[in-house]
Every structure is written in C-alpha cells, then in structure tokens.
Design a protein around this ligand. Structure first.
Ligand code: AMP
Length: 488
C-alpha cells in the first residue's frame, strides 16, 4: 500500500470543503469534495481497466483532475503538452502506448487527431456530494504500473521515455517534506507545464500537505510578483530565470509575502536568489533543488544563506531523504564519501532513481559494489556545503529550464533543412536563452518553418550561421567552444 495515496486521500477526506485548486479564469474553485467526486467518476468510468493515459491539457484545473484521476486509478499518465508540435505528440503517444486521451475544452479538437478514444474532463459533472452525506474514501489502487512517464529530448533524434514508479514518487514526497517544512494548508504556485516533471512536485507536495494549488492565468505568468501578492502564494517553485523576473517585475497589489521559494532545473545565480528576497517574508526560506527527471523531480537541496553563500552560484547541496550520492572521479574511481575539493561526475542511487528508459536506450547505470548508480552527466565539485554544479559533461543543453539534447535539434536540421553538419549551441543571457545553429551545406538562408512540425518552440534555432567547415577540437569532435567564440 502506497503511503502517498493514503496521505492524499486522508487530507482530502478530512477537510472536504477546503479549496484544493484555486479559481482559474472563468472556472470556479474546486473543493476537496468535488475533486474526490471527479477522481472517483474517472476511476469508475473511462479509466477503468486502462493502463496508459495521455493527458492533453493546458495548465488548467482539468489537468490536475486528470493527473489525480490517473494516480488513484493506478493508470500511468503521460503528459502531452498542447504547445508541442502534433507530430511530436503523436510520436510520444505511440512510444508510450497511450490508450486514451484526457483533454479539456481548449484541447478537445486536438485530441481527435490522435485516432484514440478521448474524454473531455470539462464535461464531467461538477456537482458536489450532498453536504450531509459522509464523503466516500478514495481507495489505494494497484500500483504495479508506473505513476507517470515523461518524455525528454533524446540523443538519437527521438524523445525518450522516463517511467517513474509510485515508489519513486512516494520516496520523493516523503524526502522533500521531511527536509523542508511546508506550512500546512499553504497556497502553492503552479508555474510548470505538466510535461516538466517539476509540475509533479507542485501537485503531489501540495495535496500531501493539505494545500491549495493556485493555477496562474496568462497574465499571472507575465507578472509573477503580482501573482504572489494578489493570489496570496505562500510556496513558490520555478526555474531560476523566473526568480530574476519576479524580483524585478512590478506587483504592488497587497502586501502578501512568500514563506518558501524553491528553485530547480538550472544553476541558481546568487543574484537571482537575492532578487526574489524582495517577495519573501523576513524569515522565508529559499532553496536550490537539483535533480534529473530520471531521479524523480529533485535529489539534492541547499538552503540559501545570504551571509554565507557568497559564491556567484548557489550550491546544490546534499542528497536528502534516502538518496545516495557518489562521485565518479576522472581516474574512474567511485568515491562514495568525497572530501571537500573533490570533483567528478555526480552519481545517484536510491529509491527515487528510475528503472530504465522506454523504449530502451543505452543504459545510464554504473554498478558499484552491488549499488546501481545513475550517471547524471553533471560535473560537480564538493565543499562543506555539499555539491556545487559545474557543467554538463556532454552536449545536453538547457534552454529557459528545458532540457534539450543538441543531437535532437541537429538531426531535425539535417533531415528537414537538408544541412550536412549541424551544431546547436545555447546563446543569450541567463534569463532569456535560445538556440543558435551552425551548419555546413544546405541553403544559405534557411527558413526554420519545416522544423515547427517536429520540434517544440524552445528547440527551434533562433538564428543559423553557415560555415565552410566545422571547427574541430584535438579529439576530432565539433569544437563548441570555438563556435561560442564566433558569436562574441
Ligand atoms: P531535467 O531532467 O529536465 O530536470 O534536467 C536535469 C538536468 O538539469 C540536470 O542533470 C542538470 O544538468 C540540470 N539541473 C537541474 N537542477 C539544477 C540546479 N539546481 N543547478 C544546476 N543544474 C541543474
């Protein structure tokens, strides 16, 4: 029996009139009673007997109903981001073996393109249980299927599926809630698209601690400081770039302040952490979380201390909960208790680490004395504050928090723009990064339009630079440093 199901079910049962999803545009707020009703309706109806469910929903209450409906039905939910190209979504649905699509009123037309059965969550009955009737309890489902499956950019040119089990997810929620004191009944931000695994933190930590998830409107996303004050957000969670804009953006309405600000996904510059302090209560905590999708949301954490964290980047800290870390040093030794001053590739093990890619990809695991470590590809150093992120050891890029394999963009440019050699790099300042492609062969003025059918917007190069020859380093590999130099 998964204790996470039990915890969330108990919270919802105990306070049936508590608002669990804040009002969103024209939709009214959703109470625990209504949410339970909808989860049960989904479980008894469309989700009965299904294993893999595509959730095609814009950041709306319907997405939350769909995710929790799948969670309590024991079905795996696979986020299908409506902002991504149709071709990519169809590929993901095929690779994941999606049997049914849950959509909302804004995505029901798109859902028809999949050639699968679909259910519009907006049309489910929203009537509450009669107040006098005792609320029926949600039961714990069979948890043998993965809880969710996220698709990340893949080096082969196709997205790769990361399946996260109920045990992985429950371990994360147990670990993070023992480390950080989330105020009971807090109002949580929900700034990530469902296809970003950090959205799972918002949903599951919020419901496990009896909170309210406050969905932002399009305007809220443009004015994050106003969102915090007007919508009385207590717990903020975003990529670092949003911290910079939140700290600077206007938002004088009300004097509400944050009690917790959490960041993850990219290096957290000290200046960003300081800028978000303008939105925080004097005793608020600011945390830098680190982790790959493969190790469930976040794996290490560090609490920012303005007086002591004087380096330009905030450390990523120590593994929390039952998480084990080690260093793969340059001579090939695995150091399970690295001293300050050590450097190497960060290795992760423990109950949060996934079992392998679907469909199968090269194994990312290293077995050491019976422990299976996940190789992150992240170079880190060690200090008394824990780990410090240094750089990626491969060609994986981060664009505004999104993880991208350069190889996937390069393969798309070769296939759809008829280029010979392509190298994609990230350019722009930290708060507004984008992709630039260098290439040989092909058209002298390439139009990126054909890429729009295959790649999400953030993966499409903003500019193309044609070269006679690709620069090479001593190993004969594309010299990406030299390419960056060409931009300055
Ligand atoms: P994703 O799977 O999209 O969550 O991306 C995981 C990768 O993002 C990690 O392997 C790191 O390269 C990077 N990352 C995540 N959190 C941090 C952080 N706090 N600081 C630096 N890099 C991070």
């Amino acid at each position: 029996m998964s204790s996470l199901h039990q915890t969330i079910a108990d919270r919802l049962f105990r306070a049936p009139d508590h608002v669990v999803v804040g009002a969103f545009e024209t939709a009214s707020a959703l109470t625990a009673r209504e949410l339970v009703h909808l989860i049960m309706e989904l479980g008894a109806g469309p989700l009965a007997g299904t294993k893999r469910i595509g959730v095609l929903s814009n950041q709306r209450p319907e997405a939350i109903i769909a995710v929790l409906g799948c969670f309590f039905a024991g079905a795996t939910f696979v986020p299908l981001n409506p902002k991504f190209p149709k071709e990519r979504l169809r590929k993901v649905a095929r690779l994941a073996g999606v049997e049914l699509i849950l959509c909302d009123q804004t995505t029901s037309d798109l859902a028809e393109d999949f050639g699968l059965a679909s259910v519009d969550i907006s049309k489910l009955r929203r009537e509450a249980f009669p107040a006098a009737e005792p609320q029926t309890r949600l039961s714990v489902p069979d948890t043998s299927q993965p809880a969710y499956m996220m698709f990340t950019s893949g080096t082969t040119g196709d997205p790769k599926g990361v399946s996260i089990s109920h045990k992985n997810l429950a371990s994360y929620v147990a670990g993070i809630t023992s480390l950080i004191d989330f105020p009971c009944g807090a109002r949580f931000s929900q700034l990530f698209d469902l296809s970003f695994d950090l959205a799972m933190h918002d949903i599951f930590v919020c419901f496990a601690t009896g909170g309210t998830l406050v969905m932002p409107t399009a305007l809220d996303l443009m004015m994050p400081a106003a969102y915090v004050r007007k919508k009385k957000i207590d717990v903020w969670f975003s990529v670092p770039a949003l911290a910079a804009s939140a700290g600077k953006s206007p938002g004088k309405e009300g004097d509400h302040t944050l009690s917790l600000a959490l960041f993850c996904g990219e290096m957290l510059p000290r200046d960003y952490a300081r800028s978000v302090m303008t939105l925080c209560a004097p005793d608020a905590e600011i945390w830098n979380l680190y982790g790959p999708t493969e190790a469930t949301i976040a794996f290490t954490a560090h609490r920012f201390d303005e007086a002591f964290d004087t380096a330009p980047d905030v450390p990523i800290g120590h593994g929390f909960g039952a998480n084990q870390t080690a260093l793969l040093e340059s001579d090939g030794t695995v150091n399970e208790a690295p001293d300050p001053g050590s450097e190497g590739e960060l290795l992760l093990a423990g109950p949060q680490v996934f079992g392998g890619y679907e469909p199968q990809h090269a194994s990312p695991f290293l077995s050491v004395n019976g422990t299976s470590y996940y190789r992150t590809g992240d170079r880190v150093s060690v200090s008394p504050k824990g780990y410090h992120f240094r750089q990626r050891m491969d060609d994986q890029l981060k664009v505004r928090g999104f993880r991208v394999e350069a190889a996937e963009i390069e393969a798309a440019c070769r296939a759809h723009l008829s280029m010979d050699e392509v190298a994609a790099i990230v350019a722009g300042d930290e708060s507004q990064t984008h992709i630039i492609a260098f290439y040989t062969g092909g058209d002298s003025k390439p139009e990126p339009t054909p890429l729009e059918a295959y790649l999400p917007d953030y993966m499409i190069p903003r500019a193309f630079h044609r070269l006679e020859k690709m620069p090479r380093n001593a190993n004969g590999k594309t010299d990406r440093k030299a390419l960056k130099g060409l931009l300055s």
